[in-house]
Design a protein around this ligand. Structure first.
Ligand SMILES: CC(C)(COP(=O)(O)OP(=O)(O)OC[C@H]1O[C@@H](n2cnc3c(N)ncnc32)[C@H](O)[C@@H]1OP(=O)(O)O)[C@@H](O)C(=O)NCCC(=O)NCCS
Length: 174
């Protein structure tokens, strides 16, 4: 089973490669190439992920197996949409696992680590946005205790898409 740890500055290159590869694997077949390319150009690259790792407003958790990254999750604490209850909600802005590790508990472990980190920081709710045409992830989040609370528009390389917003209350919410 992969081990989990917080990303360090030296992880930026490997994280950028993992982030782009898993994003393309998940959505490349169901989206136009131009939108995918634009999104990947804007969001993934060593300097971009280096800035994310250095950003005190973000936490990047990595799943690593035999020296290779096999999954990651990123948390942030930007203002949440109004449909998310809670005084101090945190967001799982990304969670991705490489295909050959799907169905082996890596994302469950990452979610548990996300929840622990959020509770440690005093968050009382966790939320995320998931593409309406991503039924596997929606089912996974439901199993993890998330419920649908709203929707918002996510721009994938200029293509406006409907994301479902799902949320879960955390223990630190009392
Ligand atoms: C959604 C996603 C993150 C789930 O990752 P995953 O690592 O496959 O998830 P898990 O293995 O933890 O859980 C999946 C299933 O495997 C089961 N499982 C299998 N072996 C397991 C084990 N050893 N331990 C725990 N759970 C296990 C889980 O119970 C769960 O059951 P389910 O299929 O009935 O829901 C993954 O499919 C992914 O990266 N998808 C592409 C990217 C994506 O859509 N990201 C979300 C964007 S919003």
């Amino acid at each position: 089973m992969p081990t989990l740890r917080t990303a360090r500055p030296g992880d930026a290159k490997a994280l950028a490669e993992l982030a782009e590869a898993t994003f393309r694997a998940a959505f490349g077949a169901t989206n136009a190439r131009e939108h995918m390319d634009l999104h990947c150009r804007d969001r993934f690259g060593e300097s971009i992920q280096a800035a994310e790792i250095a950003d005190p407003g973000l936490v990047t958790l990595l799943a690593e197996h035999e020296g290779h990254l096999v999954g990651y999750a990123q948390l942030r604490w930007d203002p949440a949409p109004h449909c998310v209850a809670g005084m101090r909600p945190g967001e799982i802005q990304r969670i991705y696992v490489v295909g050959q590790w799907h169905g082996r508990g890596v994302a469950q472990a990452l979610i548990s680590a996300c929840v622990e980190e959020m509770e440690r920081r005093g968050s009382d709710a966790v939320w995320l946005g998931v593409w309406e045409h991503n039924p596997k992830a929606i089912a996974f989040y439901r199993k993890q205790g998330f419920i649908e609370v709203g929707e918002h528009v996510f721009s994938l390389g200029g293509d406006p898409q409907r994301d479902i917003i799902m949320a879960r209350t955390l223990a630190s919410g009392g």
